[in-house]
Ligand binder design. Structure first.
Ligand code: SF4
Ligand code: SF4
Length: 281
């Protein structure tokens, strides 16, 4: 049977928080017996937008990451719930608001921190993919409906088809090392998880410094190519999706009118290299 999935494009999220607000609007003060008890007004973020910044001026990249329950196919919360947490046939994981009462262990069972504790009701709670609306015929959850940039797409798909699509379209899940098989996929997740090397390239032109367009920048790690870019009209380049963690890279710059230039780069976090200047031949 096909299951519900989300594809979230990190590059399209502008941090407007409409999805967060729609979830609040849907659940604060509203009980949905069998699905979820009311969400408290404060303290819970069943949909939460994380943020990060990479680089520095003039090459800064801010990225926003909508997070929520991943509707995992192998969900530890189901195992911890003792019958109070169910995975439905359509893949949506629901915490029964009656059976789960008082069971705080369910909160700790989620490696993603996607379950919130409702102190007043003594209940573990989370985003339920708006299962109560889908069961009434809605075509998508409210977060997808209200997103003004189209960053969130909801779809039903078999797990194998979804895995093939993920491979073909370079989709990724959060923290795959948890081995829970999330059904929330991300496009452009490298904007949040990886780093870039950028810079600008200058040249002497009749005694004045000028931008050097059309220079090829290649990046190598342990002698193997890992990225390539060509400088634009401003002499700028950016190679993204790189592993950080103090990795050592070699940057090799070539241009037909200039001598090759090589520079080692140690990458902990995204960097911008100022004013690379290859010599004219
Ligand atoms: S509604 Fe869309 S653009 Fe706005 S925060 Fe949510 S995912 Fe991002
Ligand atoms: S993200 Fe957490 S709460 Fe959601 S299904 Fe996975 S383990 Fe359960």
């Amino acid at each position: 049977m096909s299951k519900w999935h989300l594809i979230i494009d990190v590059a399209l999220c502008h941090n407007c928080n409409n999805c967060f607000i729609a979830c609040k609007d849907e659940h604060v003060g509203n009980d949905y017996p069998g699905y979820a008890a009311a969400q408290p007004l404060h303290g819970h973020s069943w949909i939460k937008i994380e943020q990060t910044e990479r680089g520095r001026a003039p090459m800064v990249d801010a990225a926003f990451l909508p997070t929520m329950c991943n509707q995992c196919a192998d969900a530890p919360c189901v195992d911890a719930g003792g019958g109070a947490v169910q995975q439905r046939e359509d893949g949506i994981v629901v915490i029964d608001p009656e059976k789960a009462r008082g069971n705080k262990d369910i909160v700790a069972s989620c490696p993603y921190g996607a379950i919130w504790w409702n102190e007043e009701l003594q209940l573990p709670q989370k985003w339920i993919f708006d299962a109560h609306l889908l069961d009434r015929g809605w075509a998508e959850p409210r977060c997808a409906q209200v997103c003004p940039t189209g960053a969130i797409t909801a779809l039903k798909s078999g797990d194998d088809d979804m895995a093939r699509r993920a491979g073909a379209e370079k989709l990724a899940v959060l923290s795959p090392e948890f081995n829970t098989r999330p059904r929330i996929y991300y496009r452009n997740l490298h904007r949040f998880t990886h780093h870039f090397i950028g810079g600008n390239v200058l040249t002497q032109n009749d005694g004045a410094l000028d931008c050097l367009a059309g220079a090829t920048v290649r990046l190598l790690r342990d002698g193997a190519p890992v990225g390539e870019a060509v400088t634009d009209a401003f002499g700028e380049f950016k190679i993204d999706g790189l592993e950080g963690g103090d990795e050592e890279y070699l940057l090799r710059l070539t241009h037909e009118d200039h001598e090759d230039l090589e520079q080692p780069v140690r990458l902990k976090q995204s960097v911008f290299l100022d004013d690379l200047q290859p010599k004219r031949r």
